[in-house]
Design a protein around this ligand. Structure first.
Ligand SMILES: Cc1ncc(COP(=O)(O)O)c(C=O)c1O
Ligand SMILES: N[C@@H](CCCC[NH3+])C(=O)O
Length: 409
């Protein structure tokens, strides 16, 4: 990973990260708005030769300020629940700019979203049948195809292989077409999402081919939606998706398809991680350094309740000791304070960690706060966004009252 000068000096836009924990407390999520802008621009450049639209997969990070930033730079939205839809609309999106990509949800959730004006990605044959019965040809929809391709950082985040629950298998095309014909359903797009953390261009091209082949059977398309999944850099030296190469290759195939189809379509992507992962840091404080005969343990004032990716996927998050960057290197297991095995990192070399040192977990912008919980009756951290050289609190720290609000005594 190429750390920028700002990252090595442990400041963002001139704001010292350690000082932020003094000001806003610890643990603390911090986001750099400039990184998000840069990522959006990179994707726009990569696909500048086609009519491309970004639908930010906001499950990665639903903070209203992030959504408002996305909206201000022309990025639309992909949501997976009524809650995300509501947050999107609160951020100022019109429902027509939002796609709803459910996964086996109750049909009334789809009904409400469609009635509000969102466009649904239909993900099962029973939902397609219901959609036809309920809306006939009065509402547009996309169909989520499962291309039966396995790709992604780990099996838990692969969503398009044959055994995955997501979408309608491409092998069921005849049945899809039958239902569409029966109700004259207005299918304006085909969608697929292969998985997350996909480095190589090859799987993206493979699924694009499958989706475009399938698209030939639908005469009224306006959109091809290739989902998200671009790989970002988690580890120093990590190879990431070559967006320029991918942009050229996909655009070329897409243009050839549009020519054959006889009409220019729009190409949609639903990036989550790519847009926000690298913008975020989780700042934590070292509570205890335990020099055990077997290992050195660094305990921090956080755990799987705040950042579950290392425990859930074995995901690597780079860690900086921002209080002692020049300390002698030592090897540690960095662990949380939760009453479970919540190891953030094993055998990690860090500049000597002392009690009270502030550590920064990188790549905490995506699937960090949104996957957090109140396990062990712990409150969730505050969130801060740095923009125009200013740090603003964009979510206050939870309190005990927040935790008790729904309990009836
Ligand atoms: C339907 C859909 N679109 C987009 C995404 C975003 O994926 P990523 O954050 O890897 O770009 C996901 C998450 O896996 C998803 O399920
Ligand atoms: N939450 C996953 C990615 C999205 C999975 C949902 N389909 C991660 O942190 O890598």
């Amino acid at each position: 990973m190429q750390l920028t000068q700002e990252e090595t000096s442990h400041s963002i836009q001139g704001i010292d990260l350690a000082e932020l924990t003094e000001q806003f407390g610890s643990p603390l999520y911090v986001y750099d708005a400039d990184v998000i802008r840069r990522k959006v621009t990179a994707l726009q450049h990569a696909f500048s030769s086609v009519d491309m639209k970004m639908k930010y997969a906001c499950k990665a990070n639903t903070n209203l300020s992030i959504l408002r930033l996305m909206r201000s730079i022309g990025v639309e939205l992909d949501v997976v629940s009524p809650g995300e839809l509501e947050i999107g609309m609160l951020a100022g999106y019109e429902a027509g700019q939002i796609t709803f990509t459910p996964s086996g949800v109750p049909f009334y959730e789809v009904q409400e979203a469609v009635e509000k004006g969102a466009i649904v990605n239909v993900d099962s044959l029973p939902l397609l049948e219901w959609f036809g019965q309920t809306f006939g040809n009065t509402k547009p929809c996309l169909i989520r195809i499962k291309p039966n391709v396995a790709a992604g950082g780990n099996i838990k985040i692969m969503t398009a292989h044959a055994d995955s629950k997501f979408g309608i298998s491409v092998l069921l095309l005849d049945q899809i077409l039958e239902v569409v014909k029966k109700y004259k359903i207005r299918v304006i797009g085909l969608h697929q999402h292969t998985g997350s953390d996909i480095k190589d261009a090859a799987p993206f091209l493979q699924v694009a081919d499958i989706l475009l082949d399938t698209a030939r059977h639908f005469p009224d398309l306006e959109v091809i939606d290739l989902g998200g999944g671009f790989k970002v850099s988690y580890k120093p030296g990590d190879e990431i998706t070559d967006m320029k190469l991918l942009g050229n290759k996909i655009s070329e195939r897409f243009q050839a398809f549009c020519k054959e189809y006889g009409r220019d379509l729009q190409l949609w992507f639903e990036p989550g991680k790519f847009l926000v992962s690298e913008s975020g840091y989780l700042l934590v404080k070292t509570t205890v350094v335990k020099e055990d005969p077997a290992r050195n343990f660094v305990h921090v004032d956080s755990g799987l309740n705040h950042l579950i990716r290392p425990m859930m996927y074995g995901a690597y998050h780079h860690i900086l000791n921002i209080s002692n960057p020049a300390g002698a290197l030592k090897t540690y297991n960095v662990v949380g304070y939760i009453c479970e095995t919540d190891t953030f990192a094993s055998d990690r070399e860090l500049p000597e960690v002392r009690q009270g040192d502030v550590l920064a977990f990188l790549n905490a912008g995506a699937y960090g706060f949104t996957m957090s919980s109140n396990y062990n009756a712990r409150q969730r951290p505050a969130e801060v966004m740095i923009d125009n050289g200013e740090a603003k609190l964009i979510r206050r720290r939870e309190t005990m009252e927040d935790l008790l609000r729904t309990q009836l005594d």
